[in-house]
Write a protein that binds this ligand. Structure first.
Ligand code: ASP
Length: 442
């Protein structure tokens, strides 16, 4: 059995955290490949090394000048020195920092700058464990246009991994065909972990962070919500408003193609089982719903036209108005003579009049009405398919909580029900739904 383990920035923010991570790795011989992030925050007001690197590079290439850059680089060096001393490692990063300073002044690129956080932490982790270090620039490949090159990476990386029984592969970056460093988007070490798991055909991809997995609802709205033991990839996608901050969305694809499960774990509480993200499962979720999540800040555009249902191509023309203006839509419930498009208010606001004019021009509707300040809530659960009355319970709970429902959309997969409410009713609605399914457990 082999496991790939990725540790997030807060799990590697200090020597103390490194020791916890080392113990976790050593506790299971199957944990063979480690993907570290850069050191994150040690306390809430602390800075992440990645952010320090971005700002140091801006200083180096902007008006800040050499002196100021060196001062900022010294603060970054201090973060690593603290770890080296705390772990009593026989490692010096002096030469690395000299090279980084030179490269910054030679404008080596923002991505290169940010990647040094993971690169240096990977070196320390390899020294601490006594494992091989693999520079991700050699094994994670991007295409000339900046897209991740999945096939090439898989070929090179799987070959390279076979040469090391144990290795550390820093997260977040790789290289372009010309050798320049390129990073994934923020939080991208999750993606590297998934790529490594795919390349070595791991049995599990463990993603260690500072929470014990996903929660059924947002803890800022529900006090101490219950955790999710198992969730499918599809459910997680439906709850994508929720996953933010725990797992990078793109981290799912590499492992999903190989059917490798992801286990989200807590470095500060390794005894917790965390959340399993799987392709499919016969494990029943404890409650009818797996999770409830949502987001404020949507707008609905309600379009009416007599006999709309018999006009071929009407929907396409309306959607074209959005496409032409570069606006993606979130949901599209429809009636006989109406269709409603839900969009993100901040994306739509500046272009609303262009879009309205384009709808008139392309589809010639009778009326168009816009409503702002709406929230969308996704109630998701594979258990809904086999349970009667789920929708009934949701809407009676919302009625009892005095929440007016503005939109209902149930996918035919019966995996989710999407509900539109006013922004101001958002928290009340989430609480009502959580209470009826989890607290009251009916
Ligand atoms: N260090 C990078 C960031 O802060 C990548 C990561 O931690 O996943 O975004």
């Amino acid at each position: 059995m082999s496991k790939v383990v990725k540790f997030g920035g807060s799990s590697l923010a200090s020597a103390e955290q490194f020791v916890k991570v080392g113990n976790i790795i050593k506790a299971d011989r199957d944990r063979r490949y480690v993907v570290p992030s850069a050191p994150g925050k040690r306390f809430p007001k602390d800075k992440k090394v990645t952010d320090m690197l971005y700002s140091c590079y801006a200083t180096a290439t902007g008006k800040g000048g050499r002196e100021k850059m060196i001062a900022e680089l010294n603060d970054i060096k201090a973060r690593y020195t603290e770890i080296i001393t705390g772990l009593k490692l026989n490692v010096s990063l002096e030469d690395d920092f000299k090279k980084i300073a030179e490269d910054f002044l030679n404008k080596s690129g923002r991505d290169y700058a940010a990647s040094r956080g993971e690169y240096l932490n990977g070196k320390l982790m390899a020294a601490y464990l006594g494992w091989d270090f693999i520079d991700s620039a050699e094994v994670i490949k991007f295409k000339e246009n900046g897209e991740f090159d999945s096939d090439k990476t898989n070929e090179i990386l799987s070959k390279r991994l076979k040469e090391s029984v144990h290795a550390v592969i820093p997260g977040f970056y790789g290289s372009l065909p010309d050798g320049k460093i390129k990073t994934f988007s923020r939080g991208g070490s999750d993606i590297t972990g998934s790529i490594v798991a795919r390349a070595c055909k791991a049995d599990v991809y463990e993603n260690w962070t500072d929470v014990s997995g996903f929660l059924i609802a947002d803890p800022r709205i529900i006090d101490n919500p219950a955790g999710i033991e198992t969730i499918t990839y599809k459910e997680l996608r439906e709850l994508s408003y929720m996953g933010a901050g725990v797992l990078h969305e793109d981290a799912i694809f590499p492992v999903r193609s190989e059917g490798i499960p992801i286990n989200i774990r807590n470095t500060n509480s390794p005894e917790d089982n965390g959340t399993w993200i799987v392709e499919s499962t016969c494990q029943k979720s404890k409650y009818t719903i797996t999770g409830v999540a949502g987001k404020k800040g949507f707008c609905s555009i309600n379009i009416e036209k007599d006999m709309m249902n018999s006009e071929i191509g009407f929907g396409r023309k309306v959607l074209q108005a959005f496409e032409d203006n570069g606006i993606s839509f979130e949901h599209m419930p429809s009636g006989i003579d109406t269709m409603t498009i839900f969009v993100h208010q901040d994306e739509f606001m500046d272009k609303e009049q262009q879009v309205v004019a384009a709808i008139h021009r392309l589809a010639d509707p009778d009326t168009i009405e816009i409503e702002a300040d709406l929230a969308l809530i996704a109630v998701v659960g594979r258990g809904m398919k086999s349970t009667r009355g789920t929708a009934g319970r949701i809407f009676s709970a919302l009625a009892h909580a005095n929440v007016n429902v503005k939109m209902i959309d149930q996918g035919s997969s019966e995996l989710n029900i999407i509900i539109g409410v006013a922004n101001e009713d958002f928290e009340t609605a989430i609480r009502a739904i959580y209470d009826i399914f989890v607290t009251a457990r009916i």
